[in-house]
Design a protein around this ligand. Sequence first.
Ligand SMILES: [Zn+2]
Length: 458
Amino acid sequence: MSCFLYFQHFSAARRRLSPALATLATLAAAAALAATPPPLPAQEPPNILIRAARLIDGSGAVIEPGVVMVAGERIVAVGPEALERPPDATVELGEATILPGLIDLHTHLTDRVGTHWEEVLVTTTPAQAALWGAANALTTLRAGFTTVRDMGPTWPYTDVDLRDIVNAGVLPGPRMQVAGNYVSATGGAGDARQFSIYVDVPVVRNLADGVDAVRAAVRTNHKNGADFTKILATGAVLSRGLPPGAQQYSDAELAVAVEETNRWGRFTAAHAHGTGGIKAAIRAGVRTVDHGSMLDDEAIAMLLESDYTYYVPTLYVGVIVPRDGAALGVPEEQIRRSTEMMRYRNATFRRAMEAGLTVGFGTDAGVFEHGHNAREFQIRVENGQSEMDAITSATSISAMIMGWEADVGSLEAGKYADVIAVQGNPLDDITALERVIWVMKGGEVHRDDRGAGIRRDW
Ligand SMILES: [Zn+2]
């Protein structure tokens, strides 16, 4: 019987007692309360010291050797040697490099590689998307990506549920901002209804045409738990609809999507390959131009001038679809689209680098294997970005683009203890970022490959 119930019962009985007995009863009640043990004093979390040959802090600095002190879910100090407070435990990472948890601004965690998204509505269930999403979230986290912006599921809002269950601490996964549902025009990128017109999936409503419908779609998404708006400004590579070079939404439709999203105090991310759609999205005031395959010099100049809108290229996926598309079940016509976009994609990125453009880090993981996100780095370095700039792009710059710079994106006292370690030095060989050996998110270790297998001994 709980204390509360006991007391209720006791008080009812007392009303029938004489005053003297009632006093005794009150004393007895007080004694019963006094017997309740006092609450334990709040315990200070242990100080964990993490040390390795070098540390790249995410803002462009290298510290050798590198030490991070963590207490609870936050970083308390960063420096070159053991920090003034004595640690309660030490994680020795030897010749490794410590970095902030990486950020991918363009994932599809609930997508399963090998199932074309246009077939998802008729061959899979939302439960499958959620369960695969849980597995993919763990894979992504263990690959060193402790934060992602998820660019939308095919079964609407399964990403919202995934985010919530990770945030509740039930399942391990990255910190997530989620799109909830694509905002797409009929017959374009994001229109998954590529089956017979006599078949429908009434519960899925992800198409919006005209300014009023676009506004309603944005409101519906945010009502249902989206963190940002994903809008398909142009056609897509992996779609039967409008070609990727063509603008899909009108300027007015893009403008109203951004206006409504801003009213919610949130960002808009635009999928955009073609030049016209890219410029329309920049003019509308989106936060990110994702893919951005056909940025021309004018679009680069517009981005240089803006202190709000950022280019988020996805280069690795452009290698995978032409190379492995057939094995992944991508229709031939869409492989052709990808090959055509590839002609522009790397050249666009090189021109953006030459112009000194600040870029976010995205991959489109989900089109290729989750956990291979870090393969994006090598293509960037091959196309003119320095190793350090590529790392900064995937840490502090992407955190700033998400509006999360106060909490993630660099190793700094006060931020979440999202800390990873990779074998070797990524400044000498950027593919070191593909060799993650240790992952901590919010002070909790999710990967430890030192010695044999996984150790959780501190
Ligand atoms: Zn995508």
